[in-house]
Ligand binder design. Structure first.
Ligand code: NAD
Length: 300
């Protein structure tokens, strides 16, 4: 069924997600604090808005794709023009940002007082997955809310998974990204060791992919420049999933670890590496640029 969808947050992930909603035939009303991002979406057929409040007019579904819990809380609840005050009861609100579970639960509770249906639905799959419409959505909310959100999310992704009640999507996502960070750090150090011992990184990557060290990073996101086409490593680590966002996610994971008494020694090591890399001036590069920690002159 064609719907009017408001989409707030048109960054590396939001823009290609909007493109897929447009391809599916929806009317998509868009807003971002960056004027250029709104213009880019309008060129693809979205309806540009000059504020979030304007973007949600007549929308049956509102989707947000922002950086942080503070931004999500400000947009819906605590900012100067809280969107929850501007939505008719029954509106479905889907937050796809990766944020802390506490903010997701608090936002869901506020939504309830306004008669709105809210789910947390963080994603996995990266910018390439957003472009190809193959994202995995990890949803927190009631069964009924999950059932309502699923057909919308299926138009931007391949897998739509129900993690549990509100906040559960964010917890599952934090666990996933903790493991992703460990995989990226481990893949970088293993490939660097191979290169230092005379191996071609492409050949070594193929060997490990067919062996027991195989993982998502090697399959889809090789950190060594030139090994794979169309990955950030092969374009100077531009775009993709920024180092600063991975550091944010690792901080979320550390909070969860502390609050639940769960030891995460591997995640803590990965976090230390990403933090070092961030403060060395790489926060705006893709997270696969961690490879530069091992080979500083690699990848321009
Ligand atoms: P991004 O920084 O590229 O985009 C975020 C956008 O939100 C920016 O354009 C910003 O201007 C906009 N924004 C912030 N506050 C706003 C507001 N109040 N109103 C309107 N627009 C606002 O980030 P991204 O890479 O697209 O990631 C978005 C979220 O998805 C993050 O939580 C990230 O952790 C998560 N994520 C990213 C990836 C990835 O590969 N990039 C993968 C999975 C999950």
């Amino acid at each position: 069924m064609m719907a009017t969808i408001a989409f707030i947050g048109l960054g590396n992930m939001g823009s290609p997600m909007v493109a897929n909603l447009l391809k599916a035939g929806h009317r998509v009303q868009v807003f971002d604090l960056q004027q250029a991002a709104v213009q880019g979406a309008a060129e693809k057929g979205a309806v540009p808005a000059t504020s979030a409040v304007e973007a949600v007019q007549q929308a049956q579904v509102v989707i947000s794709m922002l950086q942080s819990g503070t931004q999500v809380d400000s947009l819906y609840v605590s900012g100067p023009t809280p969107l929850f005050d501007h939505l008719p009861a029954g509106t479905l609100v889907i937050d796809c940002s990766t944020i802390d579970a506490a903010t997701a639960r608090a936002t869901a509770a506020q939504a309830l007082t306004h008669g709105l249906e809210f789910v947390d639905a963080p994603v996995s799959g990266g910018v390439a997955g957003a472009e190809a419409g193959t994202l995995t959505f990890i949803v927190g909310g009631s069964e009924a809310q999950f059932a309502k959100a699923k057909p919308v999310l299926q138009q931007m992704g391949k897998q739509v998974l129900h993690a549990g009640e509100h906040g559960a999507g964010q917890i599952a996502k934090a666990c996933n990204n903790l493991l992703l960070a460990v995989q990226m750090a481990g893949t970088c150090e293993a490939l660097n060791m191979g290169i230092n011992n005379g191996l071609d990184p492409g050949v070594l990557s193929e060997i490990i992919k067919l062996s027991s060290g195989n993982n998502w990073v090697l399959q889809l996101y090789n950190p060594v420049p030139g090994v794979m086409d169309k990955v950030p490593a092969s374009r100077g680590y531009q775009g993709g999933f920024l180092v600063k966002l991975m550091c944010k996610d690792l901080n979320l994971a550390m909070d969860l670890s502390r609050d639940s008494g769960s030891p995460v020694p591997m995640g803590a090591a990965a976090r230390a590496l990403f933090n070092l890399h961030q403060v060395a001036g790489h926060e705006e590069l893709d997270f696969s640029s961690l490879f530069r920690l091992f080979r500083p002159t690699e990848g321009g």
